[in-house]
Design a binder for this molecule. Sequence first.
Ligand code: ARG
Length: 460
Amino acid sequence: MGKLWSGRFDKNSSKLLDIFNASLPFDKILYEEDIKGSIAHATMLASQGILTQKEADLICDGLKQIKDEIKEGKFTFDIGDEDIHMSIEKRLIELIGEIGGKLHTARSRNDQVALDFRLYVLKSNKVIMELIKDLIKTLHTLALPHTSTLMPGMTHLQHAQPINFAYHLMAYISMFLRDFKRFEFSSIENSVLPLGCAALAGTPHPIDRQKTAQLLGFEKVSLNCLDTVSDRDFALEILFNISTLLMHISRLSEELILWSSAEFGFVTFSDEYSTGSSIMPQKKNPDIPELLRGKTGRVYGNLIGLLTVLKGLPLAYNKDMQEDKEGVFDSVDTAVISLKILSASLLTLTINEEAMLKACKIGHLSATDLADYLVSKCNIPFRQAHHITGRAVLVAEKKGCDLSELSYEELKEVDSRIKPEVSELLTLSSSMNARNSQGGTSSKRTKEQLDFVKNWLSEN
Ligand code: ARG
């Protein structure tokens, strides 16, 4: 059988055109979506009397057989068929004869591909949401025992204030909670049926799009056919959502890389999730977080790629739009493997509490506490308190110790209004627990945040 559209051509297409024009090598993964859409379409056509029930049954049985053939690797893909839609339709006609040719009534590949791709994106949203949930669960488990484990909180990558390790992980959990919601929102907003728009202008056949939507589980039917066949916003959304997810993963990866260095030593990756060097026998490298950080670049590229493809396109379908798929498939695959390996490697991570504590003793982490003390107990304006504390830090620097290690007598020399009670306030754990405002780092507030996540996990 030749090409399904060969009627108005005298000559066959060139082999080079077939290769260049085809999306089959990558869009064949849409076969399940394509068959699902076709079965719904044929069912609707029969219920509208456009096909007889017998014809629709024949078509649906044929489609199911094709699905099995593809699943079992028995289907012969021919690049000359251009894409998965034509491949399946051609095989259907081979299998059941001319009646197979009735399936494409009131349909174009333009609304067909818009449907298949949307179904794929919606399915992928769900898969990614499940994996984000697993990651949140992993981080929650990792955080639970560490609400009193002190570590230096940083700004400008300089020691700033003491926090606890669970609180730091909670910051990442918060990012992943937002990511989850972004995918969820996009799934709800994009539950819109494209099928039935035909080429661009709708169809004269008496179709029932509401019925097709219901058969495929869509909430709504799209509003305007011209827009629908040109719309790839759903694809841009998954690309953006994956980009933001990977950006968060990349920031966590960057910290894991730093933390596993000799300079920090806060965490140790298990052997299962570390790599060696080909020349330096002693090396143990954090390849996983480095690769996660690196993959972010390609994922951003996929987003910018599709935005660029779409920006100058006139309505409606243009062949440029065939370039929408590979980047999305690649970003989805990247998100899936990234989430899986991140969760798995975090589960076997060793947390080195002593190294974190040791780091807390560098950098006068309780300086803000001294300033806050001067404000609340000595009624000194904050700007002045800031200056007095700066003098105390200088004393500690000159002595070669941490601010928290200065004696009351030494502090009194800096400012006579300081009382002995200050020593207790400057310890690292009271400094951490003093930040007890809502969303703060105190063990109590951190536990509150972890409880929120526990409830979220049980509800989602
Ligand atoms: N393979 C095409 C794509 O992926 C399907 C749509 C083709 N439509 C057309 N009018 N040529 O975009």
